[in-house]
Design a protein around this ligand. Structure first.
Ligand SMILES: [Fe+2]
Ligand SMILES: [Fe+2]
Length: 267
């Protein structure tokens, strides 16, 4: 394969985890060396062709057991849930790259870098999970993480608003509090893993904000009002979920006006 979109299709239409990780790292390395063409020669297959592994089993969110960190197996269950989020994040990065064509080369390079970082996050979590006696797929997982991708398969602005600027941004809100809980348990290994992910995720949300604003401006849309409109339309019940980490979200490209609106709309 010498074309970035062939790599994207190979990663999205293949459920094998080890192959997906290897192909993701290979695509990133080869693209960095200028070995991959970004020519958009092949058609985009419908999102229903995206293929996932048979394990873990996906359950409706309300049926996923919610264990406290301090309960037996609670830490392992937590990291299994995080492994699933990172695994889905690999798909989400490949899918935004694959599905939306005719954009600047830098858009595709950014999402390839993010796919590669998500693969690193997933591998790091799996190593940590192993020390806790679990493998990815041993427990059931949250089945709702692909819903926003399906809902926004024909609108790149909606995808950017809902995935990096909503789902991933939520990680910036909640992770610092979770790190504090692990600090109270003196679990330094877990803190190191979560801290690394948090640092990278600020960058992913920032790229989401950058491309959302850039593409809105190119289309003559006012980004802040369009963001509000998309969240109202696509987000569950149109009501964003807080509280919000203003400090990190500002670094990740949210404006103070957007954060004021999110706080007001979530209350
Ligand atoms: Fe991640
Ligand atoms: Fe991410």
């Amino acid at each position: 394969m010498n074309n970035l979109f062939d790599y994207a299709q190979a990663c999205l239409h293949n459920a094998d985890i080890a192959e997906k990780l290897a192909l993701t790292h290979e695509a990133k390395a080869r693209c960095s060396r200028g070995e991959l063409s970004l020519a958009q020669l092949t058609p985009v297959a419908d999102i229903s062709h995206v293929t996932f592994p048979a394990q873990p089993q996906w359950l409706p969110p309300r049926l996923v057991p919610n264990r406290k960190l301090t309960q037996a197996g609670g830490v392992a269950a937590f990291f299994h849930a995080i492994a699933h989020i990172e695994f889905m994040a690999i798909y989400l990065a490949w899918d935004i790259l694959y599905r939306f064509r005719g954009l600047p080369d830098a858009f595709y390079q950014d999402w390839l870098n993010i796919a590669d970082e998500e693969a690193q996050h997933f591998e790091m979590i799996c190593r940590h999970l192993q020390t806790l006696g679990l493998g990815y797929g041993d427990l059931s997982a949250h089945g709702g993480l692909w819903d926003h991708a399906r809902d926004t398969a024909d609108d790149v602005l909606a995808r950017l608003a809902l995935v990096p600027r909503c789902m991933e941004a939520r990680g910036l809100d909640v992770t610092p509090g979770i790190i504090k809980k692990f600090a109270a348990m003196n679990d330094t290994a877990s803190i190191a893993v979560l801290q690394r992910i948090l640092t990278d995720e600020v960058g992913h949300v920032e790229r989401g904000s950058y491309w959302f604003n850039t593409l809105c401006n190119q289309q003559g849309l006012e980004p802040e009002s369009h963001y509000r409109q998309l969240i109202r339309h696509y987000y569950q019940g149109g009501k964003p979920k807080g509280p919000f980490n203003r400090e990190m979200r500002i670094i990740a490209g949210f404006s103070a006006t957007e954060l004021d609106w999110l706080e007001e709309a979530s209350s």
